[in-house]
Ligand binder design. Structure first.
Ligand code: 76R
Length: 247
């Protein structure tokens, strides 16, 4: 058996994707709309207060294209809290104007492929901060799930540790070329959801997503072993642009 990678695991993650039922919205009375919007904004401000206390985080974006309309990315210490968040949303008066499109459950993950030997990563403040991050308010988000292949010829999980380290170093070096332009959060979902990882990228310039993902396709880790689910790309929703969306 090949040596398993060790992971550091941080906050749990829920990507919750919803569509807006515009027909129901347009047919609703102004008082019903006001009520629904005020319940939504009150939920969002509760979640922002949790973020202020550094007990979790929220990214809220409007999805471009027909796969969904809204993406809520929630981070919390426990799965119970994530469950409470989705139930609170589902109970709210706003939820009746939405449909569930997709969700993804995972946990923020850092692996030990690049870590220097002899250093306890949990003593490094930068690493601890990356496990429980405050999500950025970049202009754009890009989210997709992925696997590493387990085919007879190309099986990531049967490669020796040293070989995976070498491949991951090359992956990491490409990623570093995007420092300051793209922020990535890798969350592990083996045992939690249908793919092995969630990849969430944030950038002010959406074109950097395409450049980064494309460049990685030529790198062996992605070219040979990467398998990808659906891609969701979106635009930042501020408190103001969120209410403008419904006017
Ligand atoms: O965490 C680190 O910064 C150390 C290096 C590193 C690891 C271990 C790293 C760097 N990644 C790691 C792990 Mn990554 N990453 C992806 C994708 O679209 C594709 O082809 C792949 C999707 C992108 C875009 C990306 C970006 N990475 C992983 C893992 C877990 C692998 C495992 O355990 O087997 C996956 C699935 C994955 C996928 N990666 C970086 C980036 C970027 C931008 C970096 C540089 C980060 C930085 O140095 O600032």
């Amino acid at each position: 058996m090949s040596e398993a990678a060790q992971t550091l695991d941080g906050w749990y993650v829920l990507h919750d994707l919803r569509s807006i039922d515009w027909q129901a919205w347009n047919a609703a009375l102004p008082s019903e709309k006001d009520q629904a919007l005020s319940e939504l904004t009150s939920l969002v401000s509760d979640w922002r207060a949790v973020e202020e206390r550094k007990e979790g985080s929220l990214a809220l974006y409007s999805v471009v294209g027909q796969k969904a309309d809204l993406i809520f990315m929630h981070l919390r210490e426990t799965l119970e809290e994530l469950n409470a968040i989705e139930n609170a949303f589902n109970r709210s008066g706003f939820a009746r104007f939405t449909r569930k499109e997709y969700s993804y459950v995972s946990v923020v993950e850092l692996s030990n492929y690049m870590s220097p030997p002899g250093v306890d990563p949990l003593q490094v403040p930068e690493i601890v901060a990356r496990l429980k991050p405050t999500l950025p308010r970049s202009n754009h988000i890009c989210f997709y799930p992925m696997n590493k292949k387990r085919d007879l010829q190309d099986n990531w999980y049967m490669l020796p540790m040293e070989e995976r380290k070498t491949l991951m170093r090359s992956h990491g070096m490409i990623g570093r070329g995007y420092a300051g332009k793209v922020k990535q959060i890798i969350s592990g979902s083996v045992g939690f959801d249908d793919w092995e990882w969630g990849v969430t990228l944030f950038a002010d310039d959406a074109l950097q997503f395409k450049k980064l993902v494309y460049e990685m396709r030529f790198d062996e880790v992605s070219a040979r072993y990467g398998e990808f689910g659906a891609f969701y790309v979106g635009n930042l929703l501020t408190e103001q642009s969120l209410s403008e969306l419904f006017k």
